[in-house]
Design a protein around this ligand. Structure first.
Ligand SMILES: Cc1cc2nc3c(=O)[nH]c(=O)nc-3n(C[C@H](O)[C@H](O)[C@H](O)COP(=O)(O)OP(=O)(O)OC[C@H]3O[C@@H](n4cnc5c(N)ncnc54)[C@H](O)[C@@H]3O)c2cc1C
Length: 432
C-alpha cells in the first residue's frame, strides 16, 4: 500500500504513527485497543530490526539509572515499572519479564566509582524509593544472593525490585496485538515532510530518524554483544562499576546474555568496533570467567535518540495551530501532529508512562479537531508529567500550565516551579 492510497476518506486512519520502534509500536497498540483506526509506517522491516529497540538490553532499572539520570527520569521509570506487568498481561503472547533486582559490583581497586555511584543515587532517587530497597552486601551476602558470583567480589549492592524484559519478544508480541486489532504496519516506507501520511492526527515516533524535524536531536551510539553462556546462571542484571569499562550483563532466557553497552557521542550506526568488542567481552570475563567459553551470537550497534537535555519529550508546536500560525487553513492540512522522542538510554524503562501520556494527548487532540492548542493545553493541565511537554510556544492563556503542581512537587521547590513555554527555544522548537 502506498501513502496515497490512504487518501480516500473510508481508509483515512484516525491516527497515523510514523516509526514502528518502541514508542510507535506501543502507542499504536494502546490507541488501537481503544477502538481508534491506526496505521503504522516504518522505513525498516516490519519486525523492528531497524530500531534502537531491537538492540537494547531492555533493563528497567530506575534506581541503578539514578546514578546517571535526573529525578524526572527516575520517577518516570519507577511509575513505569508498575505499569509494565499490567500491559504485558494484555498482550497475546508471553514476554519474558522479571523483577529480581539489579546487582551492582566492583573490584576493590574501583571503590571510588562505587562512592560516586552511591552519591548520585542518593541525589537523584527520592528516599521513598531507596528505603528498604538497597541492600549492602559483603562477600558472603553476595554469594548468597547471586551464587554464580560467590568468591568473585567482596562487596556489592542489591537494588531490589528492579526489572528487565525481553525486547524482541515484546516487539513480536506487539506485532500480534496490532494484527489482532487490524493495524497495518506499512514497512519499507520512509516518511518525511514531503510524504507525511494523511490522518486525523499524526504522531512522529521516528527516533533518530526525526532529526530533520527536531533540531538538537542526536545519536548516542551503543554497542552490545549477545552471547549464549550455559552454566553461568546469573539470576538478574549485573552492573560492573569501572572507571573505563563499566558494563552490564543482562541475563535473558535460555542462558542468553546481553553484554553492554558502549556510550559514544556519535550518529554512526556502523558495526561494532573491535575495540568495543574487546572491552565489553574482557569486562564480562572479569565478572565471570565462564564468559570465556560463551558463544558470540551477535555483535550489534544502534544509536539512542537523544535530545539536548537528555530528557524524553512530547513535542507539540502549538504556535503552528494558533490562528494565523503555520498550520492555519482549512481541511486536512490542519490535522494536528506531535512527536514522541528523546527516549535516549531509558526507552524501555520509561515507555509505559511516556506512551500513556502520548495516548492521552492523542485522544484529547482528536476530541478537539478544530482547536489543537486548546486540546494540548487541556492535556498539559491534567498530565502528571508536565515536564514531558516540549517545543511548545503557547499563545497566551497558558500561564496556569506554567505552574503545574506535579512538576513543582517533583522539583522539590517550595514555590511552584516555572515551566517556561514562552520561548520557541524552550528545549527546542518543533518544525515540520
Ligand atoms: C545499545 C542500547 C542499549 C539500550 N538498553 C536499554 C535498556 O537497557 N533499557 C532501556 O530502557 N532502554 C535501553 N535502550 C534505549 C531504547 O532502546 C531507546 O530509548 C528506544 O528504543 C527509543 O525508542 P524510539 O521508539 O524513540 O526509537 P526506536 O526504537 O529507534 O524506533 C524508531 C523507529 O522509527 C523508524 N524510522 C526512523 N525514521 C523513519 C522514517 N523517516 N520513516 C519511517 N520510519 C522511520 C526506525 O526505523 C525505527 O524502527 C538502549 C538502546 C541501545 C542502542
Amino acid at each position: 500500500m502506498t501513502l496515497n492510497s490512504l487518501e480516500s476518506d473510508a481508509m483515512r486512519p484516525d491516527v497515523a504513527i510514523v516509526g514502528a520502534g518502541l514508542a510507535g509500536r506501543l502507542l499504536a497498540w494502546r490507541l488501537a485497543r481503544d477502538g481508534l483506526r491506526v496505521a503504522l509506517f516504518e522505513r525498516g522491516d516490519p519486525h523492528g530490526r531497524a530500531a534502537a529497540a531491537w538492540v537494547a538490553a531492555a533493563m528497567l532499572a530506575p534506581l541503578a539509572e539514578a546514578a546517571v539520570a535526573e529525578p524526572l527520569l527516575v520517577a518516570l521509570g519507577e511509575a513505569s515499572l508498575g505499569r509494565w506487568p499490567r500491559w504485558l498481561a494484555e498482550l497475546p503472547a508471553p514476554v519474558y519479564f522479571q523483577r529480581n533486582g539489579t546487582l551492582v559490583v566492583w573490584h576493590a581497586a574501583d571503590q571510588a566509582d562505587a562512592t560516586l555511584f552511591q552519591r548520585r543515587v542518593m541525589a537523584n532517587a527520592p528516599a521513598s524509593m531507596r528505603d528498604g530497597r538497597i541492600a549492602t552486601l559483603d562477600g558472603a551476602g553476595l554469594a548468597r544472593v547471586e551464587p554464580a558470583l560467590g568468591g568473585r567480589f567482596q562487596q556489592g549492592w542489591l537494588l531490589d525490585g528492579e526489572g528487565q524484559l525481553d525486547n524482541r519478544q515484546l516487539l513480536a508480541a506487539l506485532d500480534l496485538a496490532l494484527a489482532a486489532h487490524g493495524v497495518p504496519i506499512h514497512a519499507g516506507v520512509a516518511v518525511d515532510a514531503d510524504n507525511w501520511p494523511d490522518a486525523g492526527l499524526t504522531i512522529d515516533c521516528r527516533g533518530l530518524g526525526a532529526r530533520p524535524s527536531l533540531p538538537g536531536l542526536r545519536g548516542i551510539r551503543g554497542e552490545v554483544v549477545r552471547v549464549a553462556a550455559p552454566g553461568i546462571g546469573l539470576q538478574r542484571p549485573v552492573r560492573l562499576l569501572h572507571p573505563r569499562y563499566p558494563i552490564y550483563i543482562a541475563p535473558k532466557q535460555q542462558d542468553r546474555y546481553v553484554i553492554g553497552a558502549t556510550e559514544i557521542e556519535s550518529d554512526d550506526d556502523s558495526p561494532v568496533s573491535v575495540r568495543s568488542a574487546l572491552e565489553l567481552l574482557s569486562a564480562a570475563f572479569s565478572v565471570h570467567p565462564g564468559f570465556g567459553e560463551a558463544r558470540i551470537l551477535e555483535l550489534n550497534s544502534q544509536c539512542r535518540p537523544t535530545l539536548a537535555d537528555q530528557r524524553p519529550a512530547i513535542v507539540f508546536d502549538a504556535a503552528a495551530y494558533a490562528p494565523g500560525g503555520a498550520g492555519a487553513g482549512t481541511g486536512r492540512e490542519r490535522a494536528p501532529r506531535f512527536a514522541v522522542n528523546g527516549l535516549y538510554r531509558h526507552g524501555f524503562m520509561i515507555a509505559p508512562e511516556v506512551v500513556n501520556e502520548a495516548a492521552t494527548l492523542a485522544r484529547v487532540l482528536l476530541d478537539h479537531p478544530r482547536d489543537a492548542c486548546a486540546g494540548f493545553a487541556a492535556w498539559h493541565a491534567a498530565t502528571p508529567w508536565p515536564e514531558l511537554a516540549s517545543g511548545v510556544r503557547f499563545p497566551a492563556a497558558s500561564g496556569d500550565a506554567d505552574r503545574h503542581p506535579d512538576a513543582a512537587r517533583r522539583s522539590g521547590a517550595s514555590a511552584p516551579a516555572a515551566v517556561d513555554h514562552s520561548s520557541p527555544t524552550d528545549r527546542f522548537p518543533c518544525r515540520s
